[in-house]
Design a protein around this ligand. Structure first.
Ligand code: HEC
Length: 162
């Protein structure tokens, strides 16, 4: 009887270790990782960027993010996570007046943790390209732009697409 018990305990230990372990490689400076299952999160808003990037974007949020957006209250609470997906903008092959997502470019993450990220408005940032974090130089740019342009909305640009 002892062996199966030991085995179960080992399995439990392994499961706990997995849930506590970082999920994939972490972004420099902030240690932000890609959240698990974010593709199943709700849509908050959309954006298009013209110019050289020429991308379509979708911003998804976890439950805390959705609740905060619905309440309309700022600042966003700790535990809020926002993920922005981006794709090259392509002309639809079936219907040329329409634009559709082409190749995926970046996945960007913002995590609210007021204590851990006190010096950057309470937000940690992560940019991932095909699942790999971008370099430190890119992560140095994140807060400056969000601070300069979206300070009045808790450093978050995206509004709920009603
Ligand atoms: C030059 C300005 C600028 C820089 C630099 C920048 N962002 Fe943003 N970010 C934006 C804008 C504008 C939006 C609104 C959506 C859009 O236009 O794509 C946005 C949206 C986001 C969002 C969705 C939440 C929100 O604020 O709307 C995330 C997540 C995000 N950025 C992460 C990052 C990360 C990570 C970095 C650094 C690697 C970064 N951003 C650097 C301008 C910037």
């Amino acid at each position: 009887m002892k062996a199966p018990l030991l085995f179960s305990l080992l399995c439990l230990g392994a499961a706990n270790a997995t849930s506590a372990a970082p999920r994939g490689p972490a972004a420099p400076i902030y240690g932000v990782t890609l959240p698990r299952a974010y593709r199943a999160w709700r849509m908050i808003g959309l954006a298009q960027e013209t110019g050289t990037l020429d991308e379509l974007r979708a911003v998804l949020g976890n439950r805390k993010a959705v609740a905060a957006y619905r309440s309309g209250r700022l600042p966003f609470p700790d535990g809020t996570v926002l993920v922005k997906l981006a794709w090259k903008r392509e002309t639809s092959q079936e219907f040329s007046p329409a634009f559709v997502p082409g190749a995926a470019t970046t996945v960007q993450v913002m995590v609210k943790d007021t204590r851990r990220y006190a010096s950057t408005g309470g937000w940690g940032f992560g940019r991932f390209i095909h699942g790999r974090p971008a370099d430190e130089a890119q992560h140095k740019t994140c807060f400056a732009c969000h601070q300069a342009r979206a300070q009045g909305h808790d450093f978050v640009f995206t509004r709920l697409a009603a």
